[in-house]
Design a binder for this molecule. Structure first.
Ligand code: PAZ
Length: 315
């Protein structure tokens, strides 16, 4: 009997650029595996759920990709190779610091004798230079791979393909699943072909998305250090839901956060304990990012897992 996820992949087509992305993923993983690097797959941003095959409208969510894009930079700082699997047009590592108008405001434009010169304003150089230096170094060393998705189906196809490429890393891989992935979708055979007409209210019935985390943890990358995120809006549900996920999927860590406070407070929930990371007002004022502490903590736990496995092997 087909499991739910097999049915999902059998009925939802891969994105058009899927084969290209699969090749790029494989090349990136093979190279970093040969180098003996640790690797982090970071998922980031929200997914869309199309309402029509010729998609005009879709269901979306709030996620901007702040968590994922900031975390990617910190994993790079800890020496990890990074696959940054993100929602197209959501925030990306490095460029996130100068999003939108901010970038334009850093530049000066001069026209002289028919020549146009663009320069960085002197007071912006100190802000731009360190980020630009880190970006250049990361790209020159080939340490990051950017892969983008838009819809839920794109995301799930890329997630499985990434796991296939990461399996050989064994315990040296982290999956840091920060994307806000839809729990509901419309199966293709129940979806309208053309734009929904507005003569009468549409009758839309959403189905539950199969829980891929179970396949990730138990089948696709059983040795990897898997970190999932749990978002709630009702504080009373937060920890119990995180614990339920740990029991159900048997992975290592759930990072729980509330919608409104996600940038200053998270709770690490493991099978053994739970504890909070909180930023103080002063830290927030000084531009400290909570992802700095989150990633440092995850990296420490990952190293402990690798070391404990190595010492078991030696015995
Ligand atoms: O992308 P963002 O920085 O705006 O938000 C991050 C987040 C809240 C989506 C992430 O921390 C998270 O909790 N992701 C999992 C959401 C969930 O499926 O429960």
């Amino acid at each position: 009997m087909a499991t739910n996820w097999e049915e999902f992949y059998a009925t939802n087509l891969p994105p058009t650029d899927f084969e290209d992305n699969r090749i790029i993923l494989k090349e990136f993983c093979d190279r970093h595996y040969k180098l003996g690097n640790k690797i982090a797959l970071i998922t980031s941003g929200g997914t869309t759920v199309p309402l029509e095959h010729n998609t005009v409208r879709f269901v979306d969510n709030f996620s901007a990709g702040t968590r994922g894009s900031a975390s990617a930079e910190y994993f790079l700082e800890h020496g990890y190779s990074v696959i940054f699997m993100h929602r197209l047009k959501s925030l990306e590592p490095f460029t996130r610091h100068f999003n939108g108008q901010k970038f334009m405001d850093m530049l000066d434009l001069q026209e002289k004798n028919g020549h146009t010169t663009i320069t960085v304003k002197p007071d912006s150089v100190d802000v731009l230079a360190p980020v630009l230096a880190r970006y250049k170094q990361t790209i020159e060393n080939g340490m990051i791979l950017y892969i983008s998705f838009t819809s839920l189906a794109d995301y799930l196809w890329l997630l499985r393909a990434s796991c296939e490429c990461l399996a050989c890393f064994g315990r040296n891989a982290i999956l840091y699943l920060a994307a806000a992935v839809s729990d509901f979708y419309i199966p293709p055979n129940e979806m309208a072909t053309h734009k929904l007409q507005s003569e009468q209210p549409p009758n839309i019935s959403l189905k539950l998305v199969p829980k891929m985390l179970s396949s990730v943890v138990n089948i696709w990358v059983p040795q990897a250090y898997v970190v999932s995120f749990k978002l709630e809006t009702d504080e009373n549900l937060l920890i119990s839901k995180a614990r339920q996920a740990l029991v159900k999927y048997k992975h290592k860590l759930v990072i729980a956060n509330m919608l409104q406070t996600r940038k200053q407070r998270v709770i690490f929930v493991t099978p053994e304990e739970s504890f909070e990371i909180n930023l103080t007002r002063e830290q927030i004022h000084h531009g400290v990012e909570i992802e700095d502490s989150i990633v440092a903590n995850v990296v420490e736990r990952h190293s402990e897992m690798i070391q404990s496995t190595n010492s078991h092997k030696k015995k």
